[in-house]
Ligand binder design. Structure first.
Ligand SMILES: *Cc1c(COP(=O)(O)O)cnc(C)c1O
Length: 966
């Protein structure tokens, strides 16, 4: 969505609510902001300041400060916000959606909706980088991988991709890396989903890949590095079995790889891609119980045959062992990821779609293979009933073989048929004037079939429901044989399984997650409520615009607000993660240089401290990465920047800089940096992931940025979901606005001159936008500004309390940090052997999630408390860190050897306590150290996990149950 900021920053009419200041009793801000006024006063005193304003005036460079209020509607109360969201929802029109094209109606089992999607134990968890406290979601993700791997017939699947088109785009990149063919041609089936083709074109153009879309029955070109086939095709077609095998043979003959974009429900009933020679399979798991949500979020999937697993992009869960030798899960092959490999990473994907992957996996767990097959057969039966009735009524059915989608030829009548169906509350798909697409799904009923037939003017006394799967293409191999897909058939069993898994995990509903750069703040219940309302959940992304008028209003308002708070001109909400916003922003810069006749500008300067996604995104945008040094005090080295800008003056495309820096300080040189880069003809990309330190205080669009992405799953309260979903809007100044993402299937979703779609759906992960909408709506200008001030206060409070015990690595002007601070453990590690890992795991015994480890500086912790933690929790954390410092001192003084210290032994499990105990510290100290609460104590379910073992012995699907017998 592209909205010029000036179109409306005033209060839209539907938002005329009585004014309520952030301090009035019904106001939301004091619920969102943890420390009450009296607590803030204590914290300010600890930092040596008399007021929030004084602290912030000292911390934030005056040159970047904005004055005055943000132009936002007056803050609404929680009740008012819900009322307004209801009004917006009522402007949407959920219909029976039979448009197909990769989005299908599905029945979310209520037990999964309430206990996963609406359950903070699942949705407030972080990405499972601390595996010991993430065994529940790791198991759920391993189930997801096993499900995908079984259904596709391929060895290894990841968890997860952002949507189907981007999953296929990742497959494209993988095929190019892995293929030995010396060509840059990718062949794409003309039956591929149109949004997949569009996203492939956007992505391919930037990296010099030619996309050759063709009718594959007419043969393949001589040279290509990969081929993508849609299965079944977008029009519904299933081709004869030999076709799919022949494509594979031809691909392998040409040293190319073969990717099948497969529908998971269809794969329960047709041959698996792995059975006819596919090297990769990619697609969506949306129809496994995840509502369409106007396009997202849903989990995409990607699976590969044996031999390609180490090239697989994204997150991969694997099995390893803990310190006691028991099997335990953790993220595998982390060394492939961007935070380590940077510009040589396999992909820029960071935040994925964990919550939705969990839902889809639980759908398979609940239904089991038999249940899924029954659903598939029922869907297929409805489709064949439609086809039979059409034929009997004299309507031509184009494809003899199909799974769920029937293509009818009604010369000149397609629009009339679609209109008649709409009268009956049903959306069908039209392909030109002659063709109507009818996609059946889990929610299709005989009554719906009759109504569809009536739209063709036929009477629906349904005939025989035969089979329309080609002989030889029926699936004969087993899938989902693992016990987990057979054990939870009753709701009681399912409920308990979900509870058991979530009980293994630590999420925000247990305590603070002080992860620097991740902004783990409150995800308020009111913000979450609208997500599952049918008026938001049950809209197809390609439904007629009039069905989504409420969405349109909501996205317009949110875009306007985001433009206002960032100081930019236009915003696109399409990117469905920060990484995708980065790519969209860089593609806009690339297109801008091209439009100015400077296509040679392809150098992207990136400071050595940058987040790994920056470098990986630059490569995907076809740029060359040149690293800029940082000075000893953590700031970008402006002298080095000047030298590099000069050296690359003729080819400089951009700089990507995070502000405040990834070192957690407000660098004073930001405006000078922007001038240097602009002067050399480059554009300034300000990574907005740290916007939580800026809202209401400074605007990147005004202090030098040309473009930024924001992470709505950080600053704007979308929960992390255990590693996704996210939304990464891209915001630009006016000169870049013509190059924002757009969408060929949805003209209003971006500028005509745009770079093409960056995600499959016109508005990306639209159904979670109400969360951020509600946050801004309920905070208003004063609330957002206060939140920023308190976030800065909390970070400085933690820094002040911990600095007598640990060095705080970097500070900005007046010795202050921004919204996060880096605790340096390197000296202690050198002196005692106690590592960051030891401290991170020991924090689990104290009842905490560790801060960010070794980013951006190895051997350190980055702590971001956020504004949502109250003083008691901040103190509990500080005291745990101080108590751990005393334990380190005991190691230093020789009380314990580091190997046999509670630090190295952490985390300790309940099971361990019950067994033999020969450690030089007692059990009480092991599990109830410091002020650890006895009531509600969180126990890690496993001991420390050995990552390397699992990487050497890669297992990425569910291990047999016998592995867990002790
Ligand atoms: C989180 C983050 C990103 C990436 O965002 P995702 O949504 O995980 O893709 C990029 N840059 C910085 C500084 C971040 O903190």
């Amino acid at each position: 969505m592209t909205v010029p900021a000036q179109s409306s920053t005033s209060s839209p009419s539907s938002l005329s609510s009585p004014p309520s200041s952030p301090s009035s009793p019904s106001s939301f801000a004091p619920r969102h902001i943890g420390p009450a006024e009296s607590e803030q006063a204590k914290m300010l005193a600890e930092c040596g300041y008399g007021s929030l304003d004084a602290l912030v005036a000292a911390a934030v460079p005056p040159a970047i400060r904005v004055s005055g209020e943000l132009s936002l509607p007056e803050a609404a109360s929680e009740e008012e916000a819900i009322r307004e969201l209801r009004a917006l929802a009522s402007k949407n029109r959920p219909m029976t959606q039979m448009i197909g094209l990769g989005y299908h109606d599905t029945v979310t089992p209520a037990v999964i909706r309430r206990n996963v999607l609406e359950n903070p134990a699942w949705y407030t968890a972080y990405t499972p980088y601390q595996p010991e406290i993430s065994q529940g979601r790791l198991e759920a993700l391993l189930n997801f991988q096993t499900m995908v791997s079984d259904l596709t017939g391929l060895a290894t699947a990841n968890a997860s991709m952002l949507d189907e088109p981007t999953a296929v785009a990742e497959a494209m990149m993988l095929m190019r890396r892995a293929s030995k063919a010396k060509t840059s041609t990718l062949v794409v089936d003309d039956e591929c989903l149109p949004q997949t083709v569009s996203v492939l074109r956007t992505r391919a153009e930037a990296v010099g890949i030619d996309v050759d879309v063709r009718d594959l029955s007419q043969g393949l070109p001589e040279e290509f590095f990969g081929v993508v086939v849609q299965y079944p095709g977008a029009s519904g077609v299933l081709r004869e079995p030999g076709f799919y095998a022949r494509i594979g043979e031809a691909a392998h003959e040409a040293k190319a790889l073969y990717c099948v974009a497969g529908d998971l429900l269809a794969l329960t009933t047709v041959q698996a891609p792995g059975e006819f020679g596919a090297d990769l399979a990619a697609g969506s798991s949306q129809r496994f119980g995840v509502p369409m949500g106007y396009g997202g979020p849903h989990a995409g999937y990607l699976a590969v045959r044996e031999g390609l697993e180490r090239s697989l992009p994204g997150r991969l869960v694997g099995v390893s062992v803990d310190a006691a030798g028991a099997p335990a899960y953790r993220l595998a092959l982390q060394t492939r990821e961007q935070h380590i490999r940077r510009e040589k990473a396999t992909s820029n994907i960071c935040t994925a779609q964990v919550l939705l992957a969990v839902m889809a996996s639980m759908y398979a767990v609940y239904h089991g293979p038999d249940g899924l097959k029954r659903i598939a057969d029922r869907v297929h039966g409805h489709a064949t009933a439609v086809a039979d009735a059409l034929r009997r009524g004299g309507v031509e059915v184009v494809h003899e073989h199909f799974f769920d989608t029937v293509l009818a030829r009604v010369p000149g009548r397609a629009d009339a048929v679609v209109a008649a169906a709409r009268e009956a509350g049903i959306n069908l798909g039209a392909d030109g004037p002659d063709l109507v697409r009818i996609a059946c799904d889990e929610a299709t009923s005989p009554r719906i079939v009759e109504a569809v037939l009536a739209a063709f003017g036929l009477d629906g006394t349904s005939g025989e429901a035969g089979r329309a799967i080609p002989a030889g293409l029926e699936r004969t191999t087993e899938y989902l044989t693992h016990e987990v897909f057979h054990s939870h058939r009753s709701e009681t069993a399912m409920l308990r399984y979900l509870r058991r898994l979530s009980d293994l995990d630590y999420a925000l509903d247990r305590g603070m997650i002080p992860l620097g750069s991740c902004t783990m703040k409150l995800n308020a219940t009111t913000e979450m409520e609208a997500v599952t309302w049918p008026e938001f959940a049950n809209i197809h992304p390609f439904a007629p615009a009039e069905d989504a008028a409420g969405y349109r209003e909501l996205t317009d308002q949110l875009s306007t607000w985001l433009a206002e708070v960032t100081g930019y001109h236009s915003v696109s909400l399409q990117p469905n993660a920060g990484s995708q916003g980065e790519l969209a922003g860089l593609l806009a810069i690339r297109a801008y240089h091209r439009a100015n006749g400077e296509p040679e500008r392809d150098v992207c300067l990136i400071p050595s401290s940058a987040h790994g996604t920056n470098a990986a995104s630059a490569v995907l945008a076809g740029m060359r990465v040149v690293v800029v040094a940082c000075t000893d005090d953590g700031d970008i080295d402006l002298a080095d920047l000047r030298a590099k800008a000069d050296q690359h003056r003729d080819t400089l495309a951009a700089i990507m800089v995070t502000y405040p820096s990834t070192h957690g300080v407000y660098e004073t040189g930001i405006s000078e940096l922007a001038e240097i880069v602009h002067e050399a003809g480059g554009q300034v990309y300000v990574d907005g992931a740290n916007l939580n330190a800026l809202l209401g205080l400074a605007k990147p669009g005004e202090f030098g940025g040309d473009v930024s992405h924001l992470n709505l799953h950080k600053t704007f309260c979308i929960p992390h979901g255990g590693g996704g979903p996210g939304v990464g809007p891209v915001a630009v100044r006016e000169h870049l606005a013509p190059y924002l993402p757009n969408h060929p299937q949805f003209p209003g979703a971006g500028p005509d001159t745009g770079v093409g779609p960056i995600s499959g759906a016109p508005y990306g992960s639209a159904s979670i936008l109400p969360i951020s909408w509600a946050y801004v709506r309920m905070m208003g200008s004063a609330g957002l500004t206060e939140a920023t001030q308190v976030a800065v206060l909390a970070a400085n409070y933690v820094a002040a309390r911990l600095s007598p015990h640990y060095p705080v690595l970097y500070t900005g002007q007046n010795g202050l940090v921004a919204h996060e601070c880096i605790i340096d453990l390197r000296q202690l590690t050198k002196q005692t052997g106690v590592t960051v890992d030891d401290v991170a795991k020991r924090l689990i015994d104290y009842g905490f999630h560790a801060p960010t480890m070794s980013f951006p500086v190895a051997g350190t912790f980055m702590v971001e408390p956020t504004e949502s933690e109250d003083l008691a929790e901040l103190d509990r954390f500080c005291e745990a860190m101080i108590s751990i410092r005393r334990e380190i001192a005991e190691v230093a003084s020789g009380t314990w050897e580091v190997e046999r210290s509670p630090l190295r032994g952490a985390p300790h499990t309940a099971e361990q306590l019950a067994g033999d105990w020969d450690l030089p510290y007692d059990r009480m100290l092991a599990v109830y150290p410091g002020r650890t609460r006895a009531k509600g104590k969180y126990f890690s379910p496993v001991r420390r996990i050995e990552g390397a073992y699992g990487d050497r012995n890669l297992v990425c699907s569910c291990p047999p149950v016998t592995d867990f017998e002790s």
